[in-house]
Design a protein around this ligand. Structure first.
Ligand SMILES: C[S@@+](CC[C@H](N)C(=O)[O-])C[C@H]1O[C@@H](n2cnc3c(N)ncnc32)[C@H](O)[C@@H]1O
Length: 247
């Protein structure tokens, strides 16, 4: 389902992600589903909705998709992002940016939120505010007021140092053991790499699984959780054996 959706999304110029990144995202999500890691699927950085639609196509019964974006012009980079992103922002701000495949740049679309809702609907996904929800606003404004949640997978695709750091700080304490975070811009924008490297150096509970084609982080199981899982498996097996042999 995911790669079929991804191919249609790419044909419609709805995502900046190439095939390698989409394929790897698909295998992360498959692994989370196979291991039954509990929690929601999130995306920070929706633009036209392309990668969000692919993620939402993989929801199972007990999961939700929640997407976060300002749904307008991307906010400016900061000092920690360096000159490249600031030059890129100047191009965007002065109306000279071109969109995917020569289309209109998403930041210049009048009502981007409505367009994304329509893009989801075209793929058969309703934004019902429950199973699939889009939360408009700046991360710095909306994250502190969100209801509590457990997260299994998050795609961070918001380019610059400050929002990437904010997202990592929000997601990590809520991420289930075995849950994963993908940082799309790790090899594209220096602020994203800097935020991720600094964050991981302070958080030993986070493993860096790979750094290409994007960065994949995974939350470790606590030793106590591993012992708990092993002993449940062992004693569960023992009980089944005793039941078979003795009853
Ligand atoms: C590269 S685009 C996302 C691309 C998309 N995932 C795709 O499939 O092509 C980055 C998005 O991050 C959003 N963004 C960046 N910083 C933000 C912030 N501080 N608050 C809310 N949205 C932000 C921008 O508005 C933009 O839509």
């Amino acid at each position: 389902m995911f790669m079929e959706t991804a191919s249609k999304v790419r044909k419609k110029n709805l995502t900046y992600l190439n095939n390698d990144r989409l394929e790897n995202m698909n295998s992360c999500i498959n692994s989370i589903k196979r291991k039954r890691v509990p929690g929601e699927f999130l995306e920070f950085g929706i633009a036209l909705g392309g990668s969000a639609i692919c993620i939402a196509s993989e929801l199972d019964d007990d999961r939700r998709f929640i997407g976060f974006d300002v749904f307008g012009m991307i906010p400016p980079p900061g000092e920690k992002d360096g000159p490249g992103p600031n030059e890129r922002y100047e191009t965007i701000k002065t109306g000279r940016s071109v969109g995917i495949g020569g289309d209109r740049y998403y930041g210049y679309v009048n009502d981007l939120h409505q367009l994304v809702i329509k893009n989801f609907e075209d793929f058969g996904f309703m934004i019902d505010g429950h199973k699939i929800e889009l939360v408009p606003g700046l991360y710095e404004a909306i994250l502190p007021g969100l209801p509590e949640m457990t997260i299994a997978f998050a795609h961070i695709d918001c380019d610059w140092y400050e929002p990437v750091m904010l997202c990592l700080e929000y997601i990590t304490p809520r991420l289930s053991p075995g849950g994963m975070i993908i940082l799309d811009d790790y090899n594209d924008w220096p602020g994203c790499k800097k935020a991720s490297d600094e964050f991981c150096a302070r958080h030993p509970e986070i493993d860096v699984r790979r750094t290409s084609p994007h960065c994949v982080l995974c939350k470790r199981f606590e030793p106590a959780t591993i012992i708990g899982r092993l002993s449940r498996a062992f004693f569960g097996g023992l009980t089944a054996f005793a039941r078979d042999k003795l009853l």
